[in-house]
Design a protein around this ligand. Structure first.
Ligand SMILES: Cc1cc2nc3c(=O)[nH]c(=O)nc-3n(C[C@H](O)[C@H](O)[C@H](O)COP(=O)(O)O)c2cc1C
Length: 196
């Protein structure tokens, strides 16, 4: 299976990076073909140009490369920290520029001329791993878990993906080494369950 792994974290010492390494190791050991993108490492430009917006094609060859891969991907795994209830800007830019019209979705007009989305992604499964410093109850009561809404509803459901799984690891800043090791075992178990 061709699996795209997208990491949005600027620090290779981070727990997010450890999640990415665990995901890639497990996927490769199971015989999958992995397309790994550390967005900060590769200098992904988050800013969509006016040309791109109007033409649904980019002059940035890295963006075109990402688009080609995401069309081919049979699995997509996204890894990032919770930053203000959102993905880091670099990853938001990846969504804007790569999951564009004609790549991830299209639109039909209804009888009133309003746009009706049609999901185009062929991936069999999407998995999102997040980290945060907010306890679960506070996250749900105060913030309503915006990352679930963003990734599940606004993005992947819109793009036609029903087989969606997400896991938030928390609270990172007070976690012990043992907890982190256990969390990485959970990551492996999730990969086993959905990709093996
Ligand atoms: C710009 C920024 C915004 C953040 N916003 C939030 C937030 O809204 N909620 C939260 O729980 N943690 C927030 N955090 C904390 C990060 O989620 C936390 O540092 C990260 O998940 C830890 O994982 P890491 O060790 O892999 O970086 C924020 C951190 C930064 C740098």
């Amino acid at each position: 299976m061709k699996v795209s792994v997208i990491l949005g974290h600027p620090n290779k010492e981070s727990f997010n990076y450890a999640i990415a390494e665990t995901v890639i190791g497990k996927l490769k050991a199971s015989g999958h073909e992995v397309f790994f993108h550390d967005l900060y490492e590769e200098g992904f430009d988050a800013i969509m140009s006016g040309y791109e917006l109007v033409n649904s094609v980019s002059k940035d060859m890295l963006v075109e490369h990402h688009c080609k891969e995401i069309i081919e991907a049979e699995g997509i795994i996204i890894i990032h920290p919770n930053w203000w209830g959102q993905p880091p800007a670099i990853l938001k830019g990846w969504v804007d520029r790569v999951l564009r019209k004609g790549v991830a979705y299209d639109e039909e007009k209804d009888e009133k001329g309003a746009g009706v989305p049609i999901g185009l992604l062929k991936t069999k499964v999407v998995m999102v791993f997040n980290t945060s410093n907010t306890p679960e109850q506070r996250e749900l009561e105060m913030f309503k878990d915006p990352l679930e809404t963003i990734w599940k509803n606004c993005i992947f459901d819109f793009c036609g993906v029903k087989n969606f799984h997400r896991k938030m690891f928390r609270v990172i800043e007070v976690s012990t080494l043992e907890e982190r090791k256990e969390w990485l075992r959970e990551v492996e178990m999730m990969i086993n369950e959905h990709f093996c």
